[in-house]
Design a protein. Structure first.
Length: 181
């Protein structure tokens, strides 16, 4: 994209491009009116029209004006622009998280023990925790899973017992065995 095009397509135009993508313009042509787009953008009809014109001039979308609106579709360059913005947001919000575990590693048992001894899982423990579990399983104390963002602040995700009412009904009658008699 040239410098002139970059100046013409700013955050306001990209907001319009995102709205069009959400309406289906990545999959093909959609019909819109400047009035509807303007309402979604909280702008005037003229501003919506100007944003569409700039996106068209930058080859980020195609458009054809008809009597009762416009047919628009996002081009491959427009999709590439949206994907680049998505990659930036992923770096900001997804890759910035780290997890701090509080607890101990104890002996494994049952099906969980089987899985943590499989090579693929064992490699992931070494890769993500920095050490192998060697057939042991992590035992987290309540509140022991503490996701942290890049700046070390805790997030709102917690592990451990929940002190809320159950979302399913309590068991009625005596416990039953599922073994055939």
């Amino acid at each position: 994209m040239s410098t002139a095009t970059e100046r013409a397509v700013g955050n306001d135009e990209r907001a319009a491009l995102k709205l069009l993508a959400l309406r289906g313009a990545l999959d093909g042509e959609i019909k819109i009116s400047c009035a509807n787009l303007a309402a979604d953008l909280d702008a005037s009809n003229q501003t919506a029209s100007r944003r569409l014109q700039r996106l068209d001039d930058a080859d980020l979308l195609t458009r054809e004006t008809v009597g009762d609106g416009q047919w628009v579709a996002i081009t491959s360059a427009g999709e590439r622009d949206l994907r680049e913005a998505y990659a930036v947001y992923r770096r900001i919000f997804e890759e910035a998280l780290a997890v701090e575990l509080a607890g101990s590693v104890t002996g494994g048992m049952g099906e969980g023990h089987h899985y943590i001894t499989l090579p693929g899982y064992a490699e992931q423990f070494v890769e993500r925790l920095g050490y192998g579990l060697g057939g042991r399983r992590p035992h987290l104390r309540p509140g022991g899973l503490l996701p942290r963002d890049r700046r070390g602040r805790g997030t709102n995700v917690r592990a451990g017992p929940r002190h809320r009412p159950r979302t399913y009904p309590p068991r009625r009658g005596p416990a039953r065995s599922h073994r055939p008699r």
